[in-house]
Write a protein that binds this ligand. Structure first.
Ligand code: PLP
Length: 401
């Protein structure tokens, strides 16, 4: 198989070899049901509790505050629906325009069923409009769900500041931290968050496992109803091997995160600096000051993101794009649109997302390939020279170096 340069780690990550090793026995000889009374099942139960402890440790939470789920989407849905069930007289939900569909589409669905939903705007760097946030709060607010970090741009939201306001007003606060956990330090001991979602496959565990942190003392209603698993908070026989894998991935992240953060951001910056310099009419989408260390979202004006992706693909380079169709959706990125990124820049946007496995050699290869690739595409771009001039960007964040 052709060598792959995988720079699409916000979409999913490789399972860490140590994580894979840890889960194998639970896919083969240790197949007991953790709910069984016998010792064969009991040892599995013990291992799940060990895993819960590891997830809690990474977050600065207590093990009883962690519920295992099937994915980030389930965690998000559970959190929001729980707040609505436990506050049946309140009909107002606050979220943002730039959430992942796991939150955004649920909120739109709830709006169609009579809930009042405020979708908070962001500025041109993807930062939350805090004035709009303060204004949106009222006595009818049942839940606020605001992501920790954006999956497309990496922009990090002021979760502590938001949480402090909400705690004062006794409004439940959920944060979708699917892109943040394992990438930046999170300490729930001094973060006023009531619920937090995470997903295994974003931090080198397998797909199909997630977790939801629920602060001790918060009223909670389960989303999946059935058996007594997860202390009655999430029914369904546990995905044992994946839960164990998630625990191992969190253990590794807790140990390695601080160091990785420095290496990964060094590589991200090297990539970004070079591309902005070598490709005229390119820009960063997102907040350069306050971003996930592994993410860069760049726009190359006057070229189609899909065309860039296809050319990159020919070189074995995996990235993703905010333009139409590329992510299975027919719409250009709702995140970049909410930020007011001009449409031609949205169409030429590419997200590179790195991981602990990204090497400097890989970054150097991309840096070598991209400028020529962009130049070639511009030469055959449907934009004629005149059109190109007439839609010159006005945004000051454009690099024209
Ligand atoms: N939230 C964010 C911010 C995400 O990036 C994703 C996945 O891309 C999800 C939620 C959904 O997670 P999962 O794929 O585990 O359902």
């Amino acid at each position: 198989m052709k060598r792959i340069i995988y720079l699409d780690n916000n979409a999913t990550t490789a399972i860490a070899p140590e994580v894979y090793q840890e889960m194998i026995p639970y896919l083969t000889e240790l197949y007991g049901n953790p709910s069984s009374m016998h010792t064969f099942g009991g040892q599995i139960r013990k291992k799940i509790e060990e895993s819960r402890w590891k997830v809690a440790e990474l977050l600065g939470a207590q093990p009883e505050e962690i519920i295992f789920t099937s994915c980030g989407t389930e965690s998000d849905n559970t959190a929001i629906m729980s707040c609505l069930y436990t506050n049946p007289n309140k009909r107002h939900i606050i979220t943002t325009k730039v959430e992942h569909p796991a939150v955004l589409n649920l909120c739109k669905w709830l709006a169609r069923r009579g809930y009042r939903v405020t979708f908070l705007p962001v500025d041109s760097l993807g930062r939350l409009d805090m004035d709009a946030f303060y204004r949106s709060l009222d006595d009818d607010t049942a839940v606020v769900s605001i992501m920790y970090a954006n999956n497309e741009t990496g922009t990090i939201f002021p979760i502590k500041e938001i949480g402090e306001v909400l705690r004062e007003r006794k409004i439940p606060f959920h944060t979708d931290a699917v892109q943040a956990v394992g990438k930046i330090p999170i300490n729930l001991r001094d973060l006023p968050v009531d619920m937090l979602s995470l997903s295994g496959h974003k931090l080198h565990a397998p797909k199909g496992v997630g977790a939801l942190y629920v602060r001790k003392g918060l009223r909670f209603a389960p989303y999946l109803i059935g058996g007594h698993q997860e202390r009655g908070r999430r029914a369904g026989t546990e995905n044992v091997a994946s839960i164990i894998a998630l625990g191992k991935a969190c253990e590794i992240a807790a140990k390695e995160l601080e160091g990785e953060l420095i290496t990964i951001s060094y590589l991200r910056d090297k990539l970004e600096r070079h591309l902005l310099k070598a490709c005229p009419d390119s820009r960063i989408n997102g907040d350069p000051e306050n971003r996930l260390p592994n993410t860069t979202n760049l726009s190359f004006a006057y070229v189609e993101g899909e065309a860039i992706l296809l050319r990159l693909n020919e070189h074995g380079i995996c990235a993703s794009s905010g333009s139409a169709c590329s992510s299975g959706s027919l719409e250009p990125s709702h995140v970049l649109r909410a930020m007011g990124v001009p449409i031609y820049a949205i169409h030429g946007s590419i997200r590179f997302s790195l991981s602990r496995y990204t090497t400097e050699e890989e970054i150097d290869t991309v840096n070598e390939i991209m400028p020529k690739l962009i130049k070639d595409l511009r030469e055959i771009s449907p934009f004629g020279k005149r059109e190109l001039e007439s839609c010159k960007p006005s945004s000051p964040s454009y690099s024209t170096e």
